[in-house]
Design a protein around this ligand. Structure first.
Ligand code: PLP
Length: 356
Protein backbone atom coordinates (compact mmCIF):
# COMPACT_ATOMS: atom_id res chain seq x y z
CA UNK A 1 0.00 0.00 0.00
CA UNK A 2 1.27 3.47 -0.84
CA UNK A 3 1.92 5.69 2.19
CA UNK A 4 2.25 9.46 2.25
CA UNK A 5 6.01 9.09 2.57
CA UNK A 6 6.14 7.27 -0.77
CA UNK A 7 4.67 10.29 -2.54
CA UNK A 8 6.68 13.32 -3.69
CA UNK A 9 4.83 15.50 -1.15
CA UNK A 10 6.32 18.87 -0.11
CA UNK A 11 9.06 18.42 2.52
CA UNK A 12 7.32 20.84 4.90
CA UNK A 13 4.18 18.68 4.89
CA UNK A 14 5.97 15.41 5.68
CA UNK A 15 5.08 13.90 9.06
CA UNK A 16 2.20 16.37 9.64
CA UNK A 17 -1.27 15.38 10.84
CA UNK A 18 -4.44 17.07 9.51
CA UNK A 19 -6.46 19.48 11.67
CA UNK A 20 -9.30 17.74 13.42
CA UNK A 21 -11.15 17.81 16.70
CA UNK A 22 -12.53 14.32 17.41
CA UNK A 23 -16.07 14.01 15.99
CA UNK A 24 -17.38 11.44 18.50
CA UNK A 25 -20.97 10.31 18.80
CA UNK A 26 -21.60 11.11 22.48
CA UNK A 27 -24.67 12.64 24.18
CA UNK A 28 -23.07 16.01 25.05
CA UNK A 29 -20.74 17.49 22.42
CA UNK A 30 -19.09 20.65 23.74
CA UNK A 31 -15.79 20.55 21.88
CA UNK A 32 -16.00 22.67 18.72
CA UNK A 33 -17.76 25.83 19.89
CA UNK A 34 -20.76 25.22 17.69
CA UNK A 35 -24.15 26.70 18.54
CA UNK A 36 -26.02 23.86 20.30
CA UNK A 37 -29.44 25.11 19.20
CA UNK A 38 -30.83 23.66 15.95
CA UNK A 39 -31.97 26.05 13.21
CA UNK A 40 -35.53 27.21 14.11
CA UNK A 41 -38.30 25.75 11.94
CA UNK A 42 -39.34 29.03 10.18
CA UNK A 43 -35.70 29.58 9.20
CA UNK A 44 -35.40 25.97 7.98
CA UNK A 45 -38.40 26.65 5.73
CA UNK A 46 -37.01 29.94 4.45
CA UNK A 47 -33.64 28.38 3.63
CA UNK A 48 -35.40 25.46 1.95
CA UNK A 49 -37.38 27.85 -0.28
CA UNK A 50 -34.26 29.85 -1.13
CA UNK A 51 -32.39 26.69 -2.11
CA UNK A 52 -35.31 25.38 -4.17
CA UNK A 53 -35.39 28.64 -6.11
CA UNK A 54 -31.77 28.09 -7.19
CA UNK A 55 -32.07 24.50 -8.34
CA UNK A 56 -33.25 25.05 -11.91
CA UNK A 57 -30.33 27.39 -12.57
CA UNK A 58 -27.62 25.07 -11.27
CA UNK A 59 -26.55 24.59 -14.89
CA UNK A 60 -25.06 28.09 -14.57
CA UNK A 61 -22.09 29.22 -12.47
CA UNK A 62 -22.98 31.36 -9.46
CA UNK A 63 -22.25 35.07 -9.07
CA UNK A 64 -18.44 34.93 -8.83
CA UNK A 65 -18.35 38.00 -6.62
CA UNK A 66 -21.37 37.12 -4.43
CA UNK A 67 -22.42 40.77 -4.55
CA UNK A 68 -25.93 40.41 -3.09
CA UNK A 69 -24.66 38.32 -0.18
CA UNK A 70 -21.82 40.77 0.51
CA UNK A 71 -24.31 43.65 0.52
CA UNK A 72 -26.42 41.76 3.08
CA UNK A 73 -23.33 41.08 5.23
CA UNK A 74 -22.30 44.75 5.07
CA UNK A 75 -25.81 45.69 6.22
CA UNK A 76 -25.56 43.27 9.12
CA UNK A 77 -22.16 44.58 10.23
CA UNK A 78 -23.19 48.23 10.13
CA UNK A 79 -20.35 50.72 10.84
CA UNK A 80 -21.19 52.35 7.49
CA UNK A 81 -19.58 49.43 5.63
CA UNK A 82 -20.33 48.96 1.93
CA UNK A 83 -20.26 45.95 -0.39
CA UNK A 84 -16.77 46.95 -1.66
CA UNK A 85 -15.40 46.50 1.86
CA UNK A 86 -16.80 43.02 2.48
CA UNK A 87 -15.75 39.66 1.07
CA UNK A 88 -17.23 36.20 1.71
CA UNK A 89 -15.97 32.61 1.44
CA UNK A 90 -16.58 29.06 2.68
CA UNK A 91 -15.95 29.75 6.35
CA UNK A 92 -13.56 32.25 7.88
CA UNK A 93 -10.89 29.56 7.52
CA UNK A 94 -11.05 30.05 3.74
CA UNK A 95 -11.08 33.83 4.19
CA UNK A 96 -7.86 33.62 6.22
CA UNK A 97 -6.31 31.22 3.73
CA UNK A 98 -7.04 33.70 0.92
CA UNK A 99 -5.51 36.50 3.01
CA UNK A 100 -2.33 34.46 3.49
CA UNK A 101 -2.25 33.59 -0.22
CA UNK A 102 -2.39 37.30 -1.02
CA UNK A 103 -0.24 38.76 1.77
CA UNK A 104 1.86 35.81 3.02
CA UNK A 105 3.42 32.99 1.01
CA UNK A 106 7.00 31.82 0.36
CA UNK A 107 9.62 34.18 1.75
CA UNK A 108 7.03 35.87 4.00
CA UNK A 109 6.04 35.38 7.63
CA UNK A 110 2.97 35.48 9.87
CA UNK A 111 3.01 36.10 13.63
CA UNK A 112 0.31 35.00 16.07
CA UNK A 113 0.23 35.10 19.87
CA UNK A 114 -0.20 31.57 21.18
CA UNK A 115 -2.27 29.97 22.49
CA UNK A 116 -4.69 31.20 19.84
CA UNK A 117 -6.73 29.58 17.08
CA UNK A 118 -4.84 26.47 16.04
CA UNK A 119 -5.71 26.88 12.34
CA UNK A 120 -3.67 30.09 11.99
CA UNK A 121 -0.30 28.23 11.95
CA UNK A 122 -1.77 25.46 9.78
CA UNK A 123 -3.02 27.98 7.21
CA UNK A 124 0.45 29.52 7.27
CA UNK A 125 1.97 26.09 6.65
CA UNK A 126 -0.39 25.34 3.78
CA UNK A 127 0.36 28.63 2.06
CA UNK A 128 4.15 28.36 2.54
CA UNK A 129 4.16 31.28 4.99
CA UNK A 130 6.77 31.06 7.79
CA UNK A 131 4.93 30.91 11.13
CA UNK A 132 6.26 32.90 14.11
CA UNK A 133 4.70 31.79 17.42
CA UNK A 134 4.44 34.90 19.59
CA UNK A 135 4.03 34.81 23.36
CA UNK A 136 1.27 35.86 25.77
CA UNK A 137 1.46 36.64 29.49
CA UNK A 138 1.08 33.91 32.14
CA UNK A 139 -2.63 34.82 32.46
CA UNK A 140 -2.99 34.40 28.64
CA UNK A 141 -3.42 38.17 28.33
CA UNK A 142 -1.68 40.33 25.71
CA UNK A 143 -0.61 43.87 26.50
CA UNK A 144 0.15 46.49 23.86
CA UNK A 145 3.80 46.63 25.02
CA UNK A 146 4.32 42.85 24.74
CA UNK A 147 2.60 42.69 21.36
CA UNK A 148 4.46 45.68 19.90
CA UNK A 149 7.85 44.39 21.10
CA UNK A 150 7.29 41.08 19.31
CA UNK A 151 5.98 42.74 16.15
CA UNK A 152 9.07 45.02 16.08
CA UNK A 153 11.39 42.04 16.68
CA UNK A 154 9.98 39.86 13.89
CA UNK A 155 8.58 42.46 11.43
CA UNK A 156 6.04 39.92 10.09
CA UNK A 157 4.15 40.41 6.84
CA UNK A 158 0.93 39.33 8.58
CA UNK A 159 -0.08 39.57 12.25
CA UNK A 160 -2.97 37.48 13.58
CA UNK A 161 -4.89 38.82 16.56
CA UNK A 162 -7.84 36.81 17.83
CA UNK A 163 -10.55 38.65 19.76
CA UNK A 164 -12.27 37.06 21.64
CA UNK A 165 -9.31 34.72 21.66
CA UNK A 166 -9.79 31.01 21.08
CA UNK A 167 -9.07 29.00 23.30
CA UNK A 168 -8.77 31.46 26.18
CA UNK A 169 -12.03 33.34 25.51
CA UNK A 170 -10.97 36.88 26.36
CA UNK A 171 -11.46 39.85 24.00
CA UNK A 172 -8.60 42.25 23.24
CA UNK A 173 -8.63 45.87 24.22
CA UNK A 174 -8.76 47.98 21.01
CA UNK A 175 -5.64 49.86 22.20
CA UNK A 176 -3.68 46.62 21.65
CA UNK A 177 -5.01 46.43 18.08
CA UNK A 178 -4.12 50.05 17.31
CA UNK A 179 -0.66 49.67 18.86
CA UNK A 180 -0.03 46.58 16.71
CA UNK A 181 -1.34 48.42 13.62
CA UNK A 182 1.08 51.27 14.29
CA UNK A 183 4.06 48.90 14.76
CA UNK A 184 3.31 46.28 12.08
CA UNK A 185 4.92 46.71 8.66
CA UNK A 186 2.24 44.53 6.99
CA UNK A 187 -1.34 43.35 7.36
CA UNK A 188 -3.10 42.91 10.71
CA UNK A 189 -5.92 40.35 10.79
CA UNK A 190 -8.30 40.47 13.75
CA UNK A 191 -10.19 37.16 13.92
CA UNK A 192 -13.55 38.02 15.50
CA UNK A 193 -15.27 34.65 15.04
CA UNK A 194 -16.95 35.00 18.45
CA UNK A 195 -17.67 38.76 18.45
CA UNK A 196 -21.42 38.39 18.96
CA UNK A 197 -20.84 36.73 22.36
CA UNK A 198 -18.63 39.49 23.80
CA UNK A 199 -19.52 40.99 27.16
CA UNK A 200 -21.11 44.48 27.16
CA UNK A 201 -18.63 47.28 26.47
CA UNK A 202 -16.35 45.19 24.22
CA UNK A 203 -15.34 47.23 21.17
CA UNK A 204 -15.06 45.48 17.80
CA UNK A 205 -12.05 46.21 15.60
CA UNK A 206 -14.62 47.14 12.91
CA UNK A 207 -14.65 50.58 14.54
CA UNK A 208 -10.96 51.00 13.60
CA UNK A 209 -11.37 50.28 9.87
CA UNK A 210 -11.83 53.86 8.61
CA UNK A 211 -8.29 54.90 9.63
CA UNK A 212 -6.45 51.63 8.99
CA UNK A 213 -6.19 50.29 5.41
CA UNK A 214 -3.96 47.38 6.53
CA UNK A 215 -6.54 46.11 9.05
CA UNK A 216 -8.75 43.12 8.20
CA UNK A 217 -11.55 41.93 10.49
CA UNK A 218 -12.73 38.36 9.89
CA UNK A 219 -16.11 37.05 11.03
CA UNK A 220 -18.16 33.89 10.62
CA UNK A 221 -21.75 32.66 10.58
CA UNK A 222 -20.58 29.37 12.18
CA UNK A 223 -20.96 30.41 15.81
CA UNK A 224 -23.61 32.97 16.84
CA UNK A 225 -25.74 32.33 13.73
CA UNK A 226 -25.63 28.56 14.28
CA UNK A 227 -24.72 28.11 10.61
CA UNK A 228 -21.51 26.07 10.90
CA UNK A 229 -22.76 23.47 8.44
CA UNK A 230 -23.56 26.21 5.88
CA UNK A 231 -19.86 27.24 5.77
CA UNK A 232 -19.96 31.02 5.49
CA UNK A 233 -17.19 33.32 6.69
CA UNK A 234 -16.46 36.89 5.68
CA UNK A 235 -14.14 39.84 6.13
CA UNK A 236 -14.43 43.60 6.37
CA UNK A 237 -11.52 45.77 5.28
CA UNK A 238 -10.46 48.52 2.90
CA UNK A 239 -11.77 47.91 -0.67
CA UNK A 240 -8.16 47.37 -1.79
CA UNK A 241 -7.94 44.31 0.49
CA UNK A 242 -11.02 42.85 -1.18
CA UNK A 243 -9.38 43.45 -4.57
CA UNK A 244 -6.27 41.62 -3.29
CA UNK A 245 -8.15 38.48 -2.22
CA UNK A 246 -10.02 38.47 -5.53
CA UNK A 247 -6.63 37.83 -7.16
CA UNK A 248 -6.23 34.51 -5.35
CA UNK A 249 -9.76 33.19 -4.83
CA UNK A 250 -10.88 30.29 -6.97
CA UNK A 251 -13.47 31.27 -9.58
CA UNK A 252 -17.00 30.58 -8.30
CA UNK A 253 -15.66 29.54 -4.88
CA UNK A 254 -19.04 30.19 -3.19
CA UNK A 255 -21.73 27.92 -4.63
CA UNK A 256 -25.12 29.34 -5.60
CA UNK A 257 -26.62 27.16 -2.86
CA UNK A 258 -24.28 28.54 -0.19
CA UNK A 259 -25.00 32.12 -1.24
CA UNK A 260 -28.77 31.54 -1.25
CA UNK A 261 -28.78 29.71 2.10
CA UNK A 262 -26.62 32.36 3.75
CA UNK A 263 -28.82 35.18 2.44
CA UNK A 264 -31.95 33.46 3.75
CA UNK A 265 -30.25 32.93 7.12
CA UNK A 266 -29.20 36.59 7.25
CA UNK A 267 -32.74 37.69 6.44
CA UNK A 268 -33.82 35.78 9.58
CA UNK A 269 -30.96 36.96 11.74
CA UNK A 270 -33.18 37.99 14.63
CA UNK A 271 -34.48 34.43 14.98
CA UNK A 272 -30.99 32.93 14.64
CA UNK A 273 -29.22 35.37 16.97
CA UNK A 274 -31.95 34.95 19.57
CA UNK A 275 -29.92 32.09 21.04
CA UNK A 276 -26.91 34.30 21.78
CA UNK A 277 -28.30 35.67 25.07
CA UNK A 278 -29.17 32.16 26.31
CA UNK A 279 -25.69 30.88 25.41
CA UNK A 280 -24.01 33.83 27.17
CA UNK A 281 -26.09 33.00 30.24
CA UNK A 282 -24.77 29.43 30.23
CA UNK A 283 -21.22 30.70 29.64
CA UNK A 284 -21.47 32.98 32.66
CA UNK A 285 -23.05 30.19 34.69
CA UNK A 286 -20.13 27.84 33.90
CA UNK A 287 -17.63 30.56 34.89
CA UNK A 288 -19.46 31.36 38.13
CA UNK A 289 -20.04 27.75 39.23
CA UNK A 290 -16.49 26.60 38.42
CA UNK A 291 -15.00 29.60 40.23
CA UNK A 292 -17.25 28.94 43.25
CA UNK A 293 -15.72 25.44 43.32
CA UNK A 294 -12.23 26.96 43.30
CA UNK A 295 -11.49 26.04 39.66
CA UNK A 296 -9.34 28.67 37.86
CA UNK A 297 -11.20 29.94 34.76
CA UNK A 298 -10.20 32.52 32.12
CA UNK A 299 -12.58 35.47 31.56
CA UNK A 300 -14.74 34.68 28.54
CA UNK A 301 -16.28 36.90 25.86
CA UNK A 302 -17.03 33.86 23.72
CA UNK A 303 -19.33 30.82 23.72
CA UNK A 304 -16.74 28.68 25.52
CA UNK A 305 -14.77 28.63 28.74
CA UNK A 306 -11.15 27.63 29.39
CA UNK A 307 -10.83 25.98 32.79
CA UNK A 308 -7.97 24.45 34.77
CA UNK A 309 -7.83 20.81 35.85
CA UNK A 310 -5.64 19.13 38.44
CA UNK A 311 -2.84 17.20 36.79
CA UNK A 312 -2.92 15.81 33.28
CA UNK A 313 -5.60 17.43 31.12
CA UNK A 314 -5.74 14.40 28.80
CA UNK A 315 -6.78 12.18 31.75
CA UNK A 316 -9.39 14.75 32.84
CA UNK A 317 -10.68 14.92 29.23
CA UNK A 318 -11.11 11.11 29.28
CA UNK A 319 -12.93 11.19 32.66
CA UNK A 320 -15.44 13.70 31.26
CA UNK A 321 -15.82 11.68 28.04
CA UNK A 322 -16.50 8.51 30.04
CA UNK A 323 -19.55 10.36 31.40
CA UNK A 324 -20.71 11.26 27.89
CA UNK A 325 -19.38 14.84 27.89
CA UNK A 326 -16.96 15.72 25.08
CA UNK A 327 -14.86 18.84 25.72
CA UNK A 328 -11.68 20.02 23.95
CA UNK A 329 -8.11 19.28 24.87
CA UNK A 330 -6.35 22.11 23.04
CA UNK A 331 -2.94 20.83 24.11
CA UNK A 332 -2.51 23.37 26.91
CA UNK A 333 -1.03 21.53 29.91
CA UNK A 334 -3.50 21.65 32.82
CA UNK A 335 -6.36 23.29 30.89
CA UNK A 336 -9.45 22.17 28.97
CA UNK A 337 -12.03 24.11 26.96
CA UNK A 338 -15.80 23.62 27.12
CA UNK A 339 -18.42 25.10 24.80
CA UNK A 340 -21.42 26.83 26.38
CA UNK A 341 -24.60 25.27 24.99
CA UNK A 342 -28.05 24.56 26.37
CA UNK A 343 -28.89 24.58 30.12
CA UNK A 344 -29.17 20.75 30.02
CA UNK A 345 -25.68 20.51 28.49
CA UNK A 346 -24.30 22.77 31.21
CA UNK A 347 -25.99 20.55 33.83
CA UNK A 348 -24.36 17.46 32.33
CA UNK A 349 -20.96 19.14 32.16
CA UNK A 350 -21.07 20.46 35.73
CA UNK A 351 -22.21 17.05 37.03
CA UNK A 352 -19.40 15.34 35.14
CA UNK A 353 -16.93 17.87 36.61
CA UNK A 354 -17.83 16.55 40.08
CA UNK A 355 -15.92 13.37 39.18
CA UNK A 356 -12.68 15.24 38.58
C1 PLP B 1 -11.07 31.88 16.28
C2 PLP B 1 -11.69 31.13 15.16
N1 PLP B 1 -11.61 31.64 13.93
C3 PLP B 1 -12.15 30.99 12.88
C4 PLP B 1 -12.82 29.81 13.04
C5 PLP B 1 -13.30 29.11 11.81
O1 PLP B 1 -14.61 29.25 11.60
P1 PLP B 1 -15.31 28.95 10.21
O2 PLP B 1 -14.29 28.49 9.22
O3 PLP B 1 -16.32 27.89 10.53
O4 PLP B 1 -15.91 30.25 9.82
C6 PLP B 1 -12.94 29.24 14.30
C7 PLP B 1 -13.65 27.96 14.48
O5 PLP B 1 -13.66 27.34 15.51
C8 PLP B 1 -12.35 29.92 15.39
O6 PLP B 1 -12.40 29.43 16.63
Amino acid sequence: MTTLDDLPIRDDLRGRTPYGAPQLDVPVRLNTNENSYPVPEPVVEAIGKALAAELRDLNRYPDRDAVALRADLAGYLGHGLTVEQVWAANGSNEIQQQLLQAFGGPGRSALGFVPAYSMHPLLALGTGTRWVPGRRGADFGLTAEEAVAQVREHAPDVVFLCSPNNPTGTALDPTVVTAVLDAAPGMVIVDEAYAEFARPGTVSALALLPDHPRLVVTRTMSKAFGFAGGRLGYLAADPAVVQAVQLVRLPYHLSALTQAAARAALAHRDALLATVAAIKEQRDRIVTVLRSRGVPVADSDANFVLFAVDGDQAAAWRTLLDQGVLVRDVGLPGWLRVTAGTPAETDAFLTAMDKL
